[in-house]
Design a protein around this ligand. Structure first.
Ligand code: FNR
Length: 374
């Protein structure tokens, strides 16, 4: 379609189709503070660089003459039907990228039939999100009433799977934000779920509108939650009657503990390198984890996925689906909902082409023999 438009109408896509170049294109649209929050990572950036470099160490080995005319990428992940093994990663405070924020991202996902994951730190509340397939990402607040209320609102809002992010008991050391003294949440951004929450409101002396600064400080007391332990997962199992996924697993031992503790899935992820500097690349963690628990748990993957070929590699190394993160924020910054849709369409098209040209009719055929280590 893009080639035909170029030939017949002389038009070119407004946003690059080179998903690796989105970041530099989006940089022109974003404020220094927004760029500083979205793009950089923890510390020296070593983990984020390692995430990307890890993909380059694996190479696909295309097979020929296998009749892959018709591809079928559809799948069902934890009871959620999907047109392709691709999900929208939970990303907070999306109004930093575009005024429409999560509303635009959710609509873009919906337009393609993909599943949107709603962050606890979103700029829009649960109830505002319009998408037919939604999951909810929990940052487990220290306040149990608020936690319960979030679970109830997610359930009432039709969010199908609970994704519990474990790697962010508190924020990592992020020099780009520290040097600017900028944290969106302390400006009241990304707190829509809290500010609209009855259990949260009940704990405030004055309503949010009358004393927003006090409401922000109240959030700041309940967000950092580094004291959680495996025993406490039973609280979630008792209060959430649908699948539970633990996000932020990179250790084989933790993956086994997740299985022992009766959750349904994990996301192998290091939060895009935003938490522990010098941590293992997410893709380097994937093969051993998939081998250890892939039969018992649904293993999902993120951190460093930029292209359709990256997705094919992660699927070949044992992931059942991948979550897309930063590239969607670049699309959002460039053109709101249309920009997110553009990125998703390019990503899905490249994944489909990669399969076709490598001789696969189905992403489930990808396996360790589909790759070599370079
Ligand atoms: C995130 N991520 C994230 N994760 C989460 O569980 N809850 C959240 O609120 C956020 N917020 C957030 C904001 C921004 C700006 C970014 C870039 C990331 C992490 C996200 O879900 C995912 O793990 C990473 O984005 C994957 O890394 P890449 O592919 O973006 O490098």
């Amino acid at each position: 379609g893009i080639y035909l438009q170029g030939m017949l109408q002389g038009t070119r896509p407004e946003i690059t189709t080179d998903l690796g170049r989105l970041e530099s294109q989006a940089a022109g649209k974003l404020s220094a503070e927004a760029m500083g929050y979205i793009v950089p990572s923890a510390g020296s950036g070593a983990t984020a660089r390692a995430n990307l470099a890890a993909f380059d160490r694996w190479r696909l080995v295309p097979r020929m003459l296998r009749g892959s005319t018709e591809r079928d990428l559809s799948c069902t992940i934890l009871g959620t039907p999907m047109p392709a093994p691709v999900l929208i990663a939970p990303i907070g405070v999306q109004t930093l990228a575009h005024p429409d924020g999560e509303l635009a991202t959710a609509r873009a996902a919906d337009a393609l039939g993909l599943t949107y994951t709603h962050s606890t730190q979103a700029s829009h509340a649960f109830e505002q999100i319009e998408a037919s397939s939604k999951w909810y990402q929990l940052y487990w607040p220290t306040d149990r009433d608020v936690c319960l209320s979030f679970l109830q609102r997610a359930k009432a809002g039709g969010y199908g799977v609970l994704v519990v992010t474990l790697d962010t008991g508190t924020l990592g050391w992020r020099p780009a934000d520290l040097d600017r003294g900028f944290l969106p949440f302390l400006k009241g951004e990304g707190l829509a779920n809290y500010f609209s929450d009855p259990a949260f409101q009940a704990k405030l002396v004055k309503p949010v509108a009358e004393d927003p600064a006090a409401a922000v400080m109240h959030w700041a007391q309940m967000f950092p939650n580094v004291g959680l332990s495996w025993d406490e997962l039973s609280f979630l199992r008792d209060n959430w009657d649908a699948p539970i996924v633990l996000k932020g697993i990179t250790s084989v031992d933790d993956a086994k503990l997740a299985a022992e503790n009766g959750v349904d899935g994990i996301v192998v992820s290091n939060h895009g390198g935003r938490q522990v500097d010098g941590a293992i690349a997410s893709l380097d963690a994937l093969p051993a984890i998939a081998e250890a628990v892939g039969e018992q748990l649904t293993v999902l993957f993120d951190s460093g996925v930029r292209t359709g070929a990256d997705a094919a590699k992660a699927l070949a190394l044992g992931a059942k689906a991948v979550l897309l993160g930063r590239p969607l924020m670049y699309g959002l910054a460039l053109a709101g909902q249309a920009g997110v849709e553009h990125v998703l369409r390019c990503f899905l098209a490249e994944l489909d082409l990669t399969l076709a040209l490598s001789g696969y009719a189905n992403h489930r055929e990808l396996n360790r023999d589909s790759l070599v280590r370079a």
